[in-house]
Design a protein around this ligand. Structure first.
Ligand code: BG6
Length: 494
């Protein structure tokens, strides 16, 4: 038997970004304020501060008032991003130079409807995305668009309590209909909500919920009601996208947190299983169209009173997704009792440290085999094509006097993950449509809003304090990824 040493011919190699982490121009050409524009930079330094996801992302009404009065780019770095808004042609040309087949990006809702509930669309916002899409298509790069990636208009949070209010579903659908009507003929891959499960970890960024407005007791119901409303909105968006163009594919987007039992003690295994059911619950609803038993029992046992109508359940059932996309960065462990065990951070999570794995400078444990395990788990569970829409290594890069960036550590990380993907496709029979690595160009990190946590193949001359020229430079990994795409993976498989 001849060994296949390539990825499938149609494999979508590319990169992935979000509007709020790259665009900047936060108040230009009619854009309104989003949750990202009031996210305060806390300049975390120690591992404990970096791990403090809640502390880094928490917000209250008072902080919002302060933010709205401030014109500081240092305190609110997402306002400047990497200025993709004015550099998109140059950036997409660099993606094309690497041979990208796909580019996943998101649309900032508040660029289209500045307050969310406006009657009038902001035409300049639509025009910007049309130009970005056309620029991609010029190079045969397939756009993969996320409709909502931590960019809910701030007005919807302060006026409606974000996704807790059912009216937000209609408001969102107005935005979706506008965008899909404009771009449904050109863009064939759509994701509804980025990491929809992350509402449990950062309720403000994902759900637009300002926690100080609710009592501690009522908050769990608020949270899960917002989750339910968002899931209904996701199903309605899926319906509209399919009706608009039956050829177009819609994916859910989930954070693939993968946990291992810390030991073979049955209590550790049980605790891990419980955690994994929580991880899968959201995609379960988007793929199977039904709430999993795990969540329904949780609602009952913890008196979480989510209002869901018969029609909601019908909408969920009838409008399931075509493929499953996910982010994957790391794995960690679970123990029934983690007292005295070393904890470490992950993708906006904290877990028990795995003694067998190395960690990034941010404490995220590096585990390419975990990617293969995740691919197999997801494929066996859902039997839908998969797409890895985020993966990468956040690291500090050094640029030398010749403007070179030798990022061997990033190449090593990515190489092992690509090999794991290949094994999952060829040995485990997984249907994997594509791979868009996170942050192909350096961008602001989401959890810590740092520029110094770099993921890119392209270096952006910008520092945490906002100083820098915004010039772009190719890193060693740029040339490496170009070879990978050009050879369809075979350069690292042989
Ligand atoms: C994912 C998000 O959770 O992780 C991205 O979808 C984010 O927006 C990425 O940037 C990496 O996390 P961080 O905190 O390193 O930027």
């Amino acid at each position: 038997m001849t060994k296949i040493d390539k990825f499938p011919e149609t494999f979508l190699w590319g990169g992935s970004t979000s509007a709020n982490q790259i665009e900047g121009a936060w108040n230009q050409d009619g854009k309104g304020v989003s949750v990202a524009d009031v996210q305060l930079f806390k300049n975390p330094k120690t591992l404990a501060e970096l791990n403090n996801v809640k502390g880094n992302t928490d917000i209250n009404d008072e902080m919002i008032d302060v933010a709205l009065k401030s014109d500081s780019d240092y305190d609110y770095p997402k306002r400047h991003g990497i200025d993709f808004y004015h550099h998109y042609k140059e950036d997409i040309a660099l993606f094309a130079e690497m041979g990208f087949k796909a580019y996943r990006f998101s649309i900032a809702w508040s660029r289209i409807f500045p307050n969310g509930d406006d009657k009038q669309v902001n035409e300049k916002g639509l025009l910007f995305y049309e130009q970005v899409i056309d620029e991609c298509l010029k190079y045969d790069i397939q756009p993969i668009i996320t409709l909502s990636h931590y960019e809910i208009p701030l007005n919807l949070c302060t006026k409606y309590n974000g996704w807790f209010d059912r009216r937000t579903i209609d408001i969102f659908m107005n935005y979706v209909k506008t965008v899909i009507t404009a771009f449904g003929a050109k863009v064939h891959y759509w994701l509804t909500f980025n990491e929809i499960d992350s509402i449990l970890r950062h309720p403000f960024m994902t759900g637009g919920l300002i926690e100080n407005r609710f009592t501690k007791d009522e908050f769990p119901t608020v949270l899960y009601q917002a989750m339910h409303n968002q899931l209904v909105a996701s199903a309605l968006a899926t319906k509209f996208i399919h009706e608009n163009n039956s050829e177009n594919k819609v994916g859910c987007m989930t954070t693939k947190l993968t946990y291992y039992p810390f030991s073979s003690k049955p209590s550790d295994v049980l605790a891990t299983q419980k955690k994994m059911r929580q991880v899968y619950a959201f995609a379960d609803i988007q793929v199977f169209g039904e709430y999993p038993a795990y969540l329904l029992s949780k609602f009952k046992n913890e008196q979480i009173n989510v209002k869901m109508s018969e029609n909601d359940l019908k909408v969920l059932k009838e409008n399931t997704v075509d493929f499953v996309s996910f982010s994957y960065y790391q794995t960690s462990c679970v123990a029934a009792d983690d007292t005295n065990l070393e904890l470490t951070s992950g993708n906006t999570t904290v877990g028990v440290k795995n003694p067998y794995l190395p960690s990034s400078e941010w404490g995220w444990q590096i585990d390419p085999t975990g990617l293969r395990i995740s691919l197999v788990d997801l494929y066996d569970r859902y039997r839908k094509p998969l797409m890895i829409v985020e993966n990468g290594l956040g690291a500090k890069d050094k640029i030398n006097s010749n403007r070179n960036i030798h990022d061997k550590y990033r190449i090593d990380y990515l190489k092992e993950h690509v090999k794991a993907m290949y094994a999952a496709i060829h040995e485990d029979g997984v249907d994997l449509m594509g791979y868009t690595s996170w942050g192909p160009i350096d961008l602001l990190s989401n959890s810590t809003i740092q520029m110094s946590k770099r993921y890119g193949f392209i270096y952006v001359d910008l520092n945490d304090d906002g100083t820098g020229t915004y010039k772009r430079y190719r890193k060693d990994s740029f040339y490496w990824y170009k070879d990978v795409i050009e050879s369809n993976g075979s350069c690292i498989l042989n």
